[in-house]
Design a protein around this ligand. Structure first.
Ligand code: PEP
Ligand code: MG
Length: 327
């Protein structure tokens, strides 16, 4: 089976009715970028920059960060890379960075990601400067994790724009263009999409944190791992609404959580209107095979009906549909 997936490396993820979907990989370390070549993916939809911070004994210097980011862009070549700014705090603590000695009772909902980065702005400035210079003369794509309110996006973008101006003032060639995105992981953000979307170049739905917050269920809790299904009407309706809002606003939207790496879940995501998935490299083969046997228009019709009147078990209904349609 593995050989069969490997043989699909150069085949595009096109459905039987001619939909060209975008399949990208999630990565976090310089070496992960090789997966672009082995899987034939369209790009890196989520580069978790904090991995470099987590494996380091001290705060990575600006120059070292810049080298890593440039290497990643060099290796990716013409394929796009979306860098996510540091998502630390919560369960990803840096031993060399104090959290101001605050004991957090709920670290996942605590001082993490963009919340921490906007306050510890020296960290964010160093990273922005490293990314801006690494992408000199190229397209830079960045996205910000755990955005809960539009002003957080504004501030993060402004911080990058200042580094762009600074680099130019110092005679450095700036990136050709910088594309800015937000991650949708906090449900509250979905209520202010009319305010947020006009500011964005793209949106990326992080289903790991999003489902944790939608169900109020710790994503790492062993007793809860099986309890809530990604294929629940609540999650699928929620994502369907977000995708519709993005489509109406003309803002590209994708999913970068682990949900998209399972074939049936990926099918459901495509069913609610998504055309872009960023997934773990090992899943590219199976998900591509699924897409190549899928009639997207027919699936979307079915999904609309299923979400309008959800069956008792959405997973079973979707699995039966897939089986009956040779997906
Ligand atoms: C997510 O929350 O879905 C996500 C992609 O980010 P991470 O898993 O790194 O929190
Ligand atoms: Mg997340």
């Amino acid at each position: 089976l593995r050989a069969e997936y490997a043989a699909m490396r150069d085949l595009p993820p096109i459905s039987t009715d001619g939909h060209r979907l975008t399949l990208m990989v999630n990565a976090g370390l310089r070496d992960d970028v090789a997966a672009l070549d082995t899987t034939g993916a369209d790009g890196i939809g989520l580069f978790r920059t904090e991995f470099e911070f987590l494996v380091s004994a001290e705060l990575p210097k600006r120059e070292r960060q810049q080298r890593v980011y440039r290497d990643v862009l060099d290796t990716a070549g013409d394929k796009p890379v979306i860098f996510r700014t540091v998502d630390v705090g919560g369960d990803k603590t840096l031993p060399y960075m104090s959290n101001d000695a605050i004991e957090e009772e709920n670290p996942a909902m605590g001082w993490r990601a963009i919340r921490l980065a906007l306050e510890r702005d020296a960290l964010m400035k160093a990273q922005a400067s490293a990314l801006v210079e690494a992408a000199s003369g190229r397209i830079l794509q960045v996205m910000f994790p755990m955005i809960s309110e539009p002003w957080e996006f504004d501030e993060a973008r402004e911080l990058f724009e200042k580094q762009r101006a600074r680099a130019a003032a110092r005679g450095k060639q700036p990136p050709l263009t910088i594309r800015y995105g937000a991650m949708l992981e906090v449900p509250a953000l979905a209520e202010v999409l009319d305010i947020l979307l006009p500011k964005l170049d793209f949106l990326s739905i992080g289903t790991n944190d999003l489902t944790q917050f939608l169900f109020a269920a710790d994503r790492a809790h062993p007793k809860l791992a099986e309890r809530f299904d990604w294929l629940s009407p609540a999650i699928l309706r929620f994502i369907a609404r977000v995708v519709r809002a993005c489509d109406d606003a003309g803002v590209p939207v994708g999913v970068c959580g682990e949900m998209g790496g399972r074939s049936l879940e990926a099918m459901a995501l495509i069913g609610v209107g998504l055309d872009r998935l960023s997934i773990t490299p090992a899943a590219i083969g199976p998900v591509k095979a699924m897409i190549r046997s899928l009639d997207v228009a027919e699936l979307r019709e079915t999904m609309r009906a299923l979400l309008a009147r959800p069956p008792a078990n959405m997973r079973t209904a979707l699995a039966e549909w897939a089986l009956a349609h040779d997906v």
